[in-house]
Write a protein that binds this ligand. Structure first.
Ligand SMILES: Nc1ncnc2c1ncn2[C@@H]1O[C@H](COP(=O)(O)OP(=O)(O)O)[C@@H](O)[C@H]1O
Ligand SMILES: [Mg+2]
Length: 259
């Protein structure tokens, strides 16, 4: 299931503003890659190019290639809806559909993708996805209650269950713990460690401890100043980025000297 990502010379724009410049990197399957860097350096923007969410913003555009197991997401005739099924996304704030039950929330992406399925198959998928998100035991007796009744940490795991229910190959997470308490954060980090057995995971985080706890590789992005494009400064094994980076700005950032 898990797939390899290769990005070649990607430039990302909002209208004429180049928000991210010249990014090339390769991400191995069954790994966790952390994107770090100061606010505004383009982490979210770049992340959203990996499943063609960026172009949903009016005027937004992308130059360059993103290959998933060798297939360019931006190639002619590629359907962005299929891309987003293959490359799922979890957002900063848990966003379960408030009027839907827990069960309906898990199935929401599957229904959108128009898959017809029997009640029994749907039940199995709900259980399997909630198990996969480490939430099943907490909610199995209240699947028909609203998803909005769960705690923040549970809601985020519900969103992860919704993401994995469509069987993606890659999961993108944009600061998934920034709205959560420390206990829920650790629960999500444990979950990421398990999900890595099956998926390629990319996570944006502001939390340096989190990056060093969960990721195999770390990409440090930076901007030279306001209005300048974000660039990938250094990309390496997480232990190298945190203990022996080759760029001074990486060292300054990971040691808390700026950002
Ligand atoms: N919808 C948008 N329209 C125009 N500019 C945007 C939009 N979203 C983000 N930007 C700009 O793109 C740059 C990168 O932002 P972002 O990707 O959100 O950074 P980060 O996630 O690293 O904090 C910033 O200069 C930001 O103001
Ligand atoms: Mg961001």
């Amino acid at each position: 299931m898990s797939k390899r990502i290769e990005v070649n010379d990607l430039n990302v724009y909002y209208g004429k503003f180049r928000a991210v410049e010249g990014v090339s990197l390769e991400i191995e399957p069954r790994s966790v890659t952390a994107f770090i860097g100061p606010s505004g350096c383009g982490k979210t923007t770049f992340l959203r190019t990996l499943n063609r969410m960026h172009e949903v913003t009016p005027g937004a555009s992308v130059e360059g290639e993103v290959l998933i197991d060798g297939n360019n997401l931006y190639g002619p005739g590629v359907d962005p809806v299929l891309v987003r099924r293959q490359v799922g996304m979890v957002f900063q704030r848990p966003n379960p559909f408030p009027t839907m039950s827990i069960r309906e929330n898990v199935l929401a992406g599957v229904k959108l993708n128009n898959r017809r399925m029997s009640k029994g198959d749907a039940d199995d998928l709900v259980e399997q996805s909630l198990q996969g998100a480490n939430l099943w035991n907490e909610v199995k007796d209240r699947l028909d209650r609203p998803g909005s009744g769960l705690s923040g940490g549970q809601q985020q795991r519900l969103c992860i269950a919704r993401t994995i229910a469509v069987s993606p190959e890659v999961i993108l997470m944009d600061e998934p713990c920034s709205a959560l308490d420390p206990i829920s954060t650790l629960a999500i980090e444990d979950l990421i460690e398990e999900l890595k057995q099956e998926y390629t995971i990319v996570i944006v985080t502001h939390n340096m401890q989190q990056a060093s706890r969960v990721s195999d590789k770390t990409a440090f992005f930076n901007i030279a100043g306001t209005g300048k494009p974000g660039k990938l400064i250094e990309y390496d094994d997480t232990t190298t980025i945190f203990s022996n980076p080759s760029q001074k700005s990486t060292e300054d950032y990971v040691s808390g000297r700026f950002g």
